[in-house]
Design a protein around this ligand. Structure first.
Ligand SMILES: CC(=O)SCCNC(=O)CCNC(=O)[C@H](O)C(C)(C)COP(=O)(O)OP(=O)(O)OC[C@H]1O[C@@H](n2cnc3c(N)ncnc32)[C@H](O)[C@@H]1OP(=O)(O)O
Ligand SMILES: CCCC(=O)O
Length: 448
């Protein structure tokens, strides 16, 4: 580290209280994304609750409790806006303490540049390197855009944050930082291992049928993508590439099993491209200074035009409900916001642009309702108020535990038939009756 950088660091070093004091009533404040949870400044800001009014806090998928929100149950001092709900956002959303910001993820950084003017951006980073850079660690996403647009930038240093090597905008220089705060150095968010159900295993089995040597994969979050990752790790697939939004533990397993080389990718050959990582310590240790992975802003990873440049892109995403017109709801059930559009739309579009690409909507055919009864996730019409994540015009493949169906170039009745064919047998008769009453059934339709 040069003496000049050391001197700048010393001059800019402040306490969390000093950083919190930069915030005024009515300000908007970016507080980081995914596993990079700002902590010290959150605690200090919560203590200022009685001095502040109408401060907008912006995050993406905040999963660690926000002290500011807990301190202000009346939502008078702090108003939390989140670009994507985790379980925490969902819980606070139901209590009226968190609001979702609708977007298609690849447009996120541009939305920030065009329509936001944050007063302060507080981001959790790695310690400064010899050249005076703080690495954004596991969350590139929209963080560089926020730092560029904010009137003031505060970095909260975490010595436990891995240094994620990047393709673009993965770091910020001390000269662009207004204040440095040394945080409590907590371990990054550790995602618990999700337990796959028998249905998840069956769906994953069908996903495997759609993969081939040289596929470029994107896996979403949750039990299903994890079991797909584990099946890939144990398969004979060769030369898979990775161009994804989220990097998770399963990519480490696939890479270590020799399935991923990235050698057949057209762009970023040999690199596992991603915009954020969330998993366990195994993942964070793997990423630290590892040139096999490259982190980019979401404007690159999620741009359908970029995604589609690689061959045989297979995008594997989950949904909550799908109707017989093949409208996909992946972020809400009725008016209840569960998560967000995230990158689902981006990757389904991007996969279709790719030569030999396939966009997969995976859905467990049934779910257990709150009263213990079983419902079908394949429904005649989406429940009232449900938000559509993928319009029917872009849906490509739907996969359930009963098989997969390709939807492109199919008419409404052909789609209804294909969907009912992969719905749970207990619901098929009822779905046919509903399809008939909706005018999307033909007498000659075949149910296998
Ligand atoms: C990070 C990535 O790369 S993701 C890829 C791109 N982004 C996306 O696809 C975004 C949209 N997709 C998603 O958010 C997720 O994949 C989901 C929500 C569809 C599935 O995620 P999972 O974690 O497997 O969902 P899970 O089954 O745990 O359900 C989440 C919540 O929805 C509720 N829910 C699920 N299905 C239904 C339903 N049919 N009716 C009512 N509620 C439902 C559950 O009860 C649960 O709520 P709770 O936590 O309060 O109990
Ligand atoms: C903000 C994006 C998160 C997701 O796609 O799940």
């Amino acid at each position: 580290m040069t003496t000049r950088h050391k001197e700048q660091y010393r001059q800019k070093l402040g306490s969390a209280d000093q950083a919190a004091a930069l915030v005024k009533s009515g300000d908007s404040l970016f507080m980081g994304e995914f596993a990079q949870n700002v902590e010290a400044v959150d605690v200090a800001l919560a203590l200022r609750k009685n001095d502040l009014r109408d401060v907008i806090l912006i995050t993406t998928t905040r999963a660690k409790p926000l002290r500011c929100i807990e301190a202000d149950p009346g939502r008078e001092s702090f108003i939390w806006n989140d670009w994507h709900f985790s379980g925490l956002g969902r819980k606070y959303g139901e209590q009226g303490l968190a609001s979702y910001i609708p977007f298609s993820y690849h447009q996120g950084p541009q939305n920030v540049m065009l329509y936001e003017q944050p007063d302060v951006a507080v981001v959790q980073v790695t310690p400064m390197d010899a050249q005076g850079f703080f690495n954004f660690s596991t969350s590139c996403s929209m963080t560089p855009a926020y730092c560029r647009r904010a009137k003031m930038v505060v970095v909260e240093v975490n010595t436990k944050a891995p240094r994620c090597l990047g393709g673009l905008d993965e770091a910020i220089h001390i000269s662009q930082v207004d204040m440095v705060v040394e945080g409590p150095n907590s371990l990054l968010l550790q995602l618990p291992e999700s337990q796959a159900s028998d249905a998840d295993r069956m769906i994953a089995g069908h996903v495997m049928e759609l993969l081939e040597d040289g596929s470029t994969i994107q896996l979403g979050i949750g039990a299903l993508p994890n079991i797909v990752g584990s099946m890939i790790a144990h398969s004979g697939l060769k030369d898979l590439g990775v161009h994804t939004e989220m990097l998770a533990d399963s990519y480490v397993d696939m890479y270590e099993a020799g399935r991923i080389t990235g050698m057949r990718k057209s762009i970023d050959r040999g690199k596992m491209v991603y915009t954020f990582a969330m998993g366990s310590q195994k993942l964070y240790d793997f990423l630290d200074n590892n040139p096999v992975a490259a982190i980019f802003p979401a404007s690159y990873t999620n741009d359908p035009g970029v995604i589609g440049q690689n061959p045989k892109v297979v995008a594997i995403n989950n949904a909550i409900e799908i109707d017989l017109f093949t409208q996909v709801a992946s972020e809400a059930a009725g008016t209840r916001q569960i998560s967000g559009t995230g990158g689902q739309l981006d990757f389904i579009l991007g996969a279709y642009k790719s030569e030999g690409g396939k966009g997969l909507i995976c859905i467990n055919s049934t779910f257990k309702k709150k009263d213990g009864t079983i419902g079908s996730r394949i429904v005649p019409s989406l429940s009232a108020g449900t938000i559509v994540t993928c319009p029917r015009s872009i849906v490509h493949y739907v996969v359930t535990e009963f098989g997969y169906a390709q939807m492109k170039a199919k008419s409404t009745w052909q789609r209804a038939e294909a969907l009912i064919n992969i719905s749970h047998p207990d619901f098929r008769e009822q779905l046919i009756k509903e399809a008939e009453s909706m005018g999307i059934w033909r007498r000659s339709n075949k149910i296998v």
